[in-house]
Each structure stands twice: as structure tokens, then as C-alpha cells.
Ligand binder design. Structure first.
Ligand code: IPD
Ligand code: CA
Ligand code: CA
Length: 257
């Protein structure tokens, strides 16, 4: 990983994060996308346009896949692709003014190179560079040790548990309990920090998981679809994102017939 690229990403994230903080008491021009809890604000669009413009200027042969469509139309994983979620947790951003993040994953030929999750209100930057480890604000990340689901928390949302999707009630029963943050960035961070053994999601888009997966890969953690198949970088996926110590146990419980 090129150090100049890494320094640039950090500076872009700080600039973008500062613009989000400054916007909090302004008119966010909130619009509904698919339903009343699926929102977009002027800041989702502005941050994505800013990051895309920086990437296009400095890395014209790279492509950008962004949630708000400011990047390229991507139909294959060839070359270097930056996968951007300009605000993850937009509903939290609008309703709570916190518990949201900016996520950037950098992939080469479909494989993770680096991932960045910026927790804007805490000014905490989590990043992982595959082959070089994972860091929190430039200090090596030292996830809490996890041995089994039985002595760990998990992360998922209420809809998944109420519907018992992916045998999640059995997972809940096998763990110490479940937490929910309404923000994939925070849910990934919980696993990355070793606070939760598992993040179970029913439908994540590439920008919801790309950064987290690169950080998990840097830590030697495990991730896949709940049936064990690889995540697809071009479509929506259900996903499990795990501490390596519990991955097989989680797969086994999910796939119990
Ligand atoms: C959403 C959040 C949410 C998750 C959804 C995502 P957005 O991202 O991460 O926690 O359950 O699947 O779409 O829309 O706020 O970027
Ligand atoms: Ca988003
Ligand atoms: Ca998102």
C-alpha cells in the first residue's frame, strides 16, 4: 500500500467528517429513498461527490463505486475500485446526530487491499491494510480475545431476530446477548474491537461491508454469506462477519436443519 495514498485518504476523511459535523444544525434536506427509514441527505451526496472527485483527480485509472451514484457504473471487479459509503447510518445521523460513519474500501481485482471506517463524532479512525495489520488512530488494534460464542456478545438487528432469520434465535441463545447499532460501520467496529464475536446482517450492499471486510481480513477474521459462500462485491448480500474463533460454530448453528 502506497503511503501517500494512505495519507490522502486520512486527510479526505477528516475533511469530510468536519463537513458532517458542521452540517448538523443546518437544513440537511432529507429525502426518502425506498421507505421512511431509508434516507438520503444533502450531506450524503456532498461527501460522496467530494471523495469521488479527489479519487478521480489523484487516481484517474481507478474506479469508484458509491452508494449515491456519484462514481462509476460498475459491472465487474477488474482493476482498483474504491467502494464508498459517504454516511453509513444516515437515519442515526438525521435522528441522533451521532452513531454514523464514513466508510471506504479499496479493492484490486475483487480482493481487499485496505479499509477505512471513520467514526466521525468520536474522531476515531479504524483502518486495516491487508498484510500490514489493522489500526485505530495509528495504534495497532488489539481486539479483545474471544474464545467462543458462549462467552461473547453478537450484533444483529431486531427484524432478523424477530423473524428468526438465519436461525438467529439459536445464535442468540448460544451467546451472551445481542446488540444493535443501526449502523453497519458501528456493527463492524464492534467485531473489529472484539466486543462482539459476530455481526449478522440480512442485506448489505457492497458499500456497507467493503471497508469492514478489508479490516477484518487485515486482522485474520472471517466473513462470508451465512451459507458459507463468498460475499459478492457487485450485489446485495446477507453476511456473517466473525472473530475467527467462532466462525465455524456460527456457520454450524445457522445451517442446522
Ligand atoms: C444502512 C445501515 C444499517 C443497515 C442497512 C444499511 P445507510 O446504511 O448501515 O445499519 O442495516 O442495511 O443500508 O443507508 O445508513 O448507509
Ligand atoms: Ca450511506
Ligand atoms: Ca450503509
Amino acid at each position: 500500500m502506497d503511503f501517500q495514498l494512505h495519507q490522502r485518504v486520512i486527510s479526505w476523511l477528516k475533511t469530510a467528517g468536519d463537513s458532517l459535523i458542521a452540517s448538523l444544525n443546518t437544513n440537511l434536506m432529507v429525502e426518502e429513498k425506498t421507505n421512511a427509514s431509508d434516507l438520503v441527505t444533502r450531506m450524503d451526496k456532498e461527501v460522496e461527490a467530494y471523495l469521488t472527485q479527489q479519487i478521480n483527480t489523484h487516481y484517474p485509472d481507478h474506479r469508484v463505486l458509491g452508494e449515491e451514484g456519484k462514481g462509476h457504473s460498475i459491472e465487474d471487479t477488474r482493476g482498483v475500485i474504491w467502494i464508498i459509503d459517504p454516511i453509513d447510518g444516515t437515519l442515526n445521523f438525521v435522528k441522533q446526530g451521532r452513531f454514523f460513519g464514513i466508510m471506504i474500501g479499496i479493492y484490486a481485482d475483487g480482493q481487499p487491499l485496505a479499509g477505512y471506517i471513520y467514526d466521525v463524532m468520536q474522531t476515531d479512525l479504524y483502518y486495516g491494510i491487508v498484510g500490514q495489520g489493522a489500526y485505530l488512530n495509528d495504534r495497532p488494534l488489539q481486539p479483545l480475545k474471544i474464545n467462543s460464542l458462549a462467552e461473547s456478545l453478537m450484533v444483529t438487528n431486531a427484524h432478523i431476530l424477530v423473524g428468526n432469520q438465519f436461525n438467529s434465535q439459536a445464535l442468540l441463545g448460544a451467546s451472551l446477548g445481542s446488540r444493535s447499532y443501526g449502523c453497519a460501520a458501528y456493527e463492524m467496529i464492534s467485531v473489529i474491537r472484539g466486543e462482539s464475536a459476530l455481526y449478522l446482517a440480512s442485506r448489505l450492499m457492497p458499500w456497507d461491508f467493503a471497508a469492514g471486510v478489508a479490516i477484518l481480513e487485515s486482522l485474520g477474521f472471517k466473513y462470508s454469506q451465512p451459507d458459507g459462500k463468498a460475499l459478492n462485491l457487485l450485489t446485495a448480500n446477507p453476511g456473517i462477519f466473525c472473530n475467527a474463533a467462532v466462525y465455524e460454530e456460527v456457520l454450524q448453528i445457522i445451517n442446522l436443519k
